[in-house]
Design a protein around this ligand. Structure first.
Ligand code: CU
Length: 121
């Protein structure tokens, strides 16, 4: 029962996020860079995401197996990545450097090695 409730909350959150992002996309009406990121135990592909400072980008996440999380703490960003859905984060990097990201939902032993780097130039 507890697991069912938790899953319902996760799905509700994902739905609300999807609406907000659709609204943002309608307002923007520009052809933005979209980078697809695929999560699977215990890896993100690509593990290195290269961005340009002040250039808006949408990261699109899918998972090949279980529920994953994406966290990019330096920019205060995170997303739940649910099987069968696409999670999106739209943002504009405002600083140059190398910033680590990681999976923040425990997905099995090996989870701690699910990391990568955003490189902004
Ligand atoms: Cu994980």
């Amino acid at each position: 029962m507890a697991i069912n409730n938790k899953r319902r909350l996760l799905l509700a959150g994902a739905g609300a996020g999807g609406l907000a992002i659709t609204a943002a996309a309608v307002i923007a009406q520009t052809q933005e860079r979209v980078i697809k990121v695929v999560a699977k135990k215990f890896d993100f592909t690509p593990g290195e995401i290269r961005l340009k400072k002040n250039q808006p980008v949408t990261l699109e996440f899918t998972t090949l197996d279980v529920v994953m999380g994406f966290a990019l703490p330096e920019f205060g960003l995170r997303a739940d990545i649910l099987p069968g859905t696409t999670a999106r984060i739209r943002f504009t990097p405002d600083k140059v450097g190398q910033f680590p990201f990681h999976c923040d939902i425990f997905c099995g032993s090996g989870h701690e090695s699910m990391t990568g780097t955003v490189i902004v130039s």
